[in-house]
Design a protein around this ligand. Structure first.
Ligand SMILES: Nc1ncnc2c1ncn2[C@@H]1O[C@H](COP(=O)(O)OP(=O)(O)OP(=O)(O)O)[C@@H](O)[C@H]1O
Length: 715
């Protein structure tokens, strides 16, 4: 029976297509389902017409309505057709004539290229390359290596005509999709092996036969990253009517491979720079696990902040339709989960969670009581990074504790007094009916270790910021079995003081760790600019802090303007400029709720809200609840609170020398030299996180002296 499948290119254009035209698409789809092949080709309304002078006879057009045409891949064999684009009549015909469809002999997927334009421009580039003193872009790769990665003879000729990445960018939108990706990653500096491992291998289909380059029917089924087969009209109606979320349907092969792998023999990890779809993969993994859950089993989906919990909840709702199935997933912050565990103890005394800013004064008080003359900051860090991290409960254990990684000196003779001060601090807290969040996590981990696990699977997002006590809790939450932990995180976005190594916690992901490289959120221009903030800074891996992470090959297929930067003389002038920028975005048709304003401090954010409101622009402090409704006001928040979120347009304000790095957030080198470096890096990463929240537009401003991070990045 014939059917009409849908190409990702059609979905990308969907927001621009009006409802009556969408209805026409639905009608066409139904016709393909209803009619025989013979009837389809004869149908006068559909007009499944071949073109005059096409590059490919398999590309035809169909009539959607009086003015609109669909461009369809109509293979000469099989009965599956693919709707590639819906365009106005003349444009559709012109575009359709130029395209050519082929089957990639390595990935076995269908590829579409703009063959006419490529044929036209390649000779000119060849001439320029011959006259150029520059080496060819792909010189160091042999024809054999390129062919093994799926580059065919035509693309090879085109690739060989290029001398730099800018030229590749001109060719990229015209090239066959899988081959385009291979060339882009090689051009970014990835090795043949890396490209094979990360890009090609995930797309491979299990097949014993050599590929049949005429069998489009099979190749369409091998093209799940780009072609969707829709089986029910409700499903299609749903896609056409709701704002289309491509991530629900089209996963990159590297994403699909991680998310839908039948089973992992132990904990698994997905890493990758901002916007590479780690959260998307985590959600799809939950969907996969739900499909295999036994009676009574449950899943914990957890992350760092409440705003992210809401985003995960909304994401799961759109991915998993069945509410009963969704009800088998608990979505909460790690701290929230810990609170639930400790509250379940019979006769549990409710303890107030201590706010982070209360902690230091309490340490000072405890030190005064015991006569410890070191700083409160030292004590707070010793407690966090040694005592709680290693779950130390006795003086003997503390005296024997490994302090590697700490940059402050402490003699054996000094340890008893530090321990006495720790005991004083915890006793005073208990007497006041309070407890730090990390204490709650540590306590919950102990309880679970005694009582046994709660969940069959635990899926963790934003894993880079979790403290060892939180990891112990998550480790204890699920039995050590295949598929117990699935961890998504990016060490470049470590903005809280938790430099953890999964290896040191006994969570081994070696051989079950995958890195995503393609950014789906921001434009390449925004990425390049933001990534410069981190260049040359060693960032420890999440898996093993003895090794460093890289952003090699990290890239976006999207293009737009580079970030705008604005230097103001005073804070007032900077706020005026912010209002002007937000107005410009609104005038360009961006919704107020699609704009985010981020600052290092809450007080800067409050001023921005007030100033925007004075100018008649709806603005509010970032909402952490009720994500069911899309915001209709500009969202303003601290850089920390922007973690994991995204906006069409982002303004990062107050990026001054005094704010980034914020001196109070950076331990003085004389207290702890290593901590000093870690804190500085967190501040740098914080700016990186804020900037990488932007999809289309990024604006960065300061008054007076700009942050040295900007200067060092060449701004
Ligand atoms: N395969 C895909 N197709 C289309 N869009 C995608 C795909 N994967 C991810 N996206 C989109 O890219 C954006 C970033 O995805 P996501 O938030 O999962 O990335 P992330 O790696 O978790 O980011 P961060 O680490 O910065 O929080 C989202 O808008 C998401 O919908």
């Amino acid at each position: 029976m014939p059917q009409l499948a849908f190409d990702i290119g059609f979905f990308a254009e969907l927001p621009k297509i009006q409802p009556p035209v969408r209805k026409g698409v639905l009608d066409a789809w139904e016709k393909f389902n209803r009619l025989s092949l013979d009837q389809l080709f004869k149908d006068a309304g559909l007009k499944l017409e071949s073109l005059t002078n096409p590059k490919d006879k398999q590309i035809r057009t169909i009539r959607i309505d009086q003015f609109w045409r669909g461009v369809v891949l109509a293979p000469t064999t099989g009965d599956t057709f693919v709707l590639l684009r819906v365009m106005q009549h003349d444009k559709a015909i012109a575009w359709a004539r130029k395209q050519k469809s082929t089957i990639n002999t390595v990935t076995r997927a269908v590829e579409i290229r703009d063959a006419a334009t490529l044929d036209e421009i390649t000779p000119a580039y060849e001439r320029v390359a011959q006259a150029s003193p520059k080496a060819r872009l792909f010189e160091k790769f042999s024809d054999g290596d390129l062919s093994a990665l799926g580059i065919d003879a035509e693309t090879l000729r085109q690739a060989r005509s290029l001398v730099d990445k800018e030229q590749l960018e001109v060719f990229a939108p015209l090239l066959p999709q899988d081959q385009r990706e291979v060339l882009q990653y090689l051009a970014e500096g990835c090795t043949v092996e890396e490209v094979w491992q990360d890009i090609v291998a995930p797309a491979l289909q299990a097949a014993t036969q050599p590929v049949d380059t005429q069998d489009f029917e099979t190749a369409i089924r091998h093209s799940r990253a780009r072609i969707a087969l829709v089986t029910a009209s409700e499903e299609l109606r749903d896609i056409l009517e709701k704002p289309f979320a491509a991530w629900r349907v089209f996963l990159h092969p590297s994403q699909r491979k991680v998310a839908y792998r039948a089973s992992y023999s132990g904990p698994a990890q997905v890493a990758g720079g901002p916007g590479t779809g780690k959260t998307v993969v985590a959600l799809h993994r939950v969907k996969h696990l739900l499909g295999h859950l036994r009676d009574g089993d449950r899943i914990l989906l957890t992350t760092y902040t409440n705003a992210l919990v809401n985003a995960l909840r909304a994401g799961l709702e759109s991915l998993v339709e069945d509410p009963e199935l969704r009800a088998r997933v608990d979505i909460s912050t790690v701290d929230g989960f810990a609170s639930r565990v400790v509250a379940e103890v019979p006769d549990a005394v409710v303890l107030r969670p201590l706010q982070y800013n209360e902690e230091e004064s309490r340490w000072a008080k405890a030190a005064e009581a015991t006569g410890f003359d070191g700083s409160a900051q030292f004590l707070a860090q010793e407690y966090r990074h040694v005592v709680l991290a290693q779950d130390i409960r006795t003086i003997a254990a503390y005296e024997a504790a490994d302090r590697r990684g700490r940059g402050s000196r402490l003699t054996a003779a000094e340890r008893p007094l530090v321990w006495e001060t720790v005991e004083r601090f915890t006793a005073d807290l208990a007497a006041d009916g309070a407890r730090t969040w990390l204490q709650t996590c540590a306590e919950a981990a102990r309880l679970l270790a005694e009582k046994g696990p709660r969940y069959r699977h635990v899926v963790v997002d934003e894993a880079q910021d979790l403290h060892p006590a939180q990891w112990r809790l998550l480790r204890a939450a699920a039995p050590a079995r295949p598929d117990d932990l699935f961890v998504a995180g990016d060490p470049h976005q470590r903005i809280y003081d938790s430099k953890v190594s999964l290896k040191s916690l006994g969570i081994k992901v070696t051989g079950r760790s995958v890195k995503l490289r393609k950014n789906y959120r921001s434009t390449q221009e925004i990425l390049r600019w933001s990534t410069a903030l981190l260049i040359g800074r060693p960032i420890a891996q999440l898996e093993d802090d003895g090794r460093n992470e890289t952003l090699l090959g990290y890239r976006s297929a999207l293009h737009g303007d580079g970030p705008a930067v604005h230097s103001a003389t005073t804070e007032e002038a900077e706020l005026d400029a912010l209002v002007a920028q937000v107005k410009a975005w609104l005038d360009a048709g961006v919704g107020a709720g699609e704009i985010g304003v981020s600052a290092r401090f809450k007080r800067t954010g409050s001023k921005a809200v007030a100033r925007l409101k004075d100018a008649g622009i709806p603005a509010e402090t970032l909402r952490t609840t009720d994500t069911a409704k899309e915001p209709t006001a500009v969202q303003v928040g601290t850089m920390h609170s922007f973690k994991g979120l995204e906006f069409r347009c982002v303004a990062v304000v107050g990026v001054t020398g005094e704010a980034l790095p914020f001196p109070k957030a950076v331990t003085p080198p004389e207290v702890d030299a290593k901590q000093h470096e870690t804190d500085l890096l967190s501040e740098r990463c914080l700016l990186f996180v804020a900037c990488t929240r932007a999809r289309d537009s990024l604006y960065v401003s300061w008054s007076g002296e700009p942050s040295p991070f900007l200067r060092e990045a060449g701004v």
